[in-house]
Design a binder for this molecule. Structure first.
Ligand code: SF4
Ligand code: SF4
Length: 187
């Protein structure tokens, strides 16, 4: 991270910080920087900034750095940080809001793996009404160009009855599609 003029950054990005506070419902200004959230975070070793630093950077209005971070995409929403926070801040909810902000603002360079997986997962739910693991894995492999990734697990799982070659279709698929259309605007 280069040199940052904090007062300028805070002025420029105050509305962004206010929006994150409002949308996440979390008053990050209550944070003591005790770092208990980071101490328990199972993903912190893969993050560029631990969760408490993300909260601090957010308080300082460092929008670009926060939205460009690997941290918000490594976070798996396990809520460990939330349960450990001495100030009752739901850090996982803040991370979730930041991911939405990053997608809206086009900060997706570090997110493509996660977004591909999300799209593949949601496609099977939209199409069949429930998750179809082999279809999700194949679509994800097509999107990422890793065509044979994890394919060695498919047959053993099927032989043990843990996965099916064919999707199970629920009855209310039309209603399921309507829900997706309402949320995603027919995407
Ligand atoms: S929700 Fe995210 S930030 Fe919080 S502990 Fe889990 S992985 Fe870490
Ligand atoms: S645990 Fe809570 S108070 Fe402590 S640094 Fe994390 S968010 Fe801040």
């Amino acid at each position: 991270m280069g040199e940052v003029n904090l007062s300028q950054v805070m002025d420029r990005n105050q509305s962004f910080v206010d929006r994150v506070i409002e949308e996440s419902g979390q008053d990050i200004r209550q944070c003591y920087q005790c770092a208990k959230c980071s101490g328990g975070c199972p993903g912190s070793s893969e993050m560029d900034y631990p969760p408490n630093q993300i909260i601090r950077m957010l308080m300082l209005g460092m929008k670009e750095e926060v939205l460009n971070s690997r941290t918000i995409w490594v976070c798996m929403g396990c809520n460990t940080c939330t349960t450990r926070c001495i100030r009752d801040i739901q850090v996982a909810a803040v991370m979730d809001t930041l991911r939405q902000e990053a997608v809206r603002a086009g900060y997706v360079d570090k997110a493509q793996t996660v977004l591909n997986f999300n799209d593949s997962f949601l496609w099977t739910v939209r199409t069949f009404g429930r998750l179809f693991e082999p279809g999700m894995a194949m679509l994800n492999n097509l999107k990422t160009g890793n065509y044979m990734k994890d394919m060695q697990f498919g047959l053993p799982l099927m032989l043990k009855g843990k996965a099916s070659m064919f999707p199970h279709r629920i009855k209310g698929r039309r209603e399921m599609k309507k829900i997706f259309d309402n949320v995603q605007g027919g995407k």
